[in-house]
Design a protein around this ligand. Structure first.
Ligand code: HEC
Length: 198
């Protein structure tokens, strides 16, 4: 009897776990099944971006790195910057070559781990350090440069991001980025997918 109980539990627990894990996946599949593009950004009542959770399943557009040892030890973001765009806005980009209202771009920070690998000397990703993000929305952020809001996040566990002052983020992006405040000059993935770029 005890043996049976054990087996039952052993059999049921993984099933329950897989139902729990499969839940959200089924929901988003249903979304796609309707062929309806949806916004990936979720917001508080005050238009603060809720911490994105599933961005590693979005479109990966590039990974610039600004290591401390090439910046007098003072790089603003001394990590790899893994950049992702949400799938709906990626589809729109491929059609129009523009960033739509609702675009969410996440910059995930990954520290430089080692500088030696079997392949040679270099910079190799270490551990995750957190994220930053930018969101374009002409209604939510009507008064922001280019209608982009820039977010910092205290941690992955933070419920939502904090909007950064224009001079902390937006000013540099406006001044230097190649396309609509996004640094497309460093993302061949975006450039190659832009229509009319054959
Ligand atoms: C002095 C200029 C400068 C400032 C200030 C700056 N950025 Fe950036 N940002 C860049 C550059 C250059 C890139 C692309 C290359 C890289 O990642 O190093 C970038 C990339 C990004 C990306 C990926 C999308 C893109 O446009 O390439 C996000 C998201 C981002 N920054 C958010 C922020 C946030 C949030 C702040 C404020 C806390 C900020 N940035 C401040 C220069 C800046």
């Amino acid at each position: 009897m005890l043996q049976l109980k054990k087996t039952l539990l052993g059999g049921i627990a993984p099933v329950l776990l897989s139902i729990a894990l499969a839940g959200p996946v089924i929901a988003s599949d249903a979304h796609h099944a309707h062929g309806k593009d949806h916004d990936f950004g979720r917001f508080t009542k005050d238009n603060l971006l809720l911490t994105p959770k599933d961005y590693r399943e979005w479109i990966f557009v590039g990974a610039p790195v600004t290591p401390n040892d090439m910046n007098d030890g003072k790089a603003a973001f001394p990590e790899f910057h893994n950049v992702y765009i949400d799938p709906t806005s990626w589809n729109h980009w491929k059609k129009t070559g523009e960033f739509r209202d609702g675009t969410v771009i996440v910059k995930e920070l990954v520290g430089v781990g080692t500088k030696e690998a079997a392949s040679g000397h270099g910079y190799f990703p270490g551990e995750y350090n957190g994220i930053a993000a930018m969101v374009k929305d002409s209604k939510r952020y009507a008064d922001r440069p280019g209608n982009w809001a820039f977010f910092g996040f205290e941690s992955y566990e933070a419920k939502h991001g904090a909007i950064q002052a224009d001079d902390a983020c937006a000013a540099c992006h406006k001044e230097n980025a190649a396309h609509d405040m996004v640094f497309t000059q460093y993302y061949p993935v975006l450039r190659a997918a832009k229509p009319g770029k054959k």
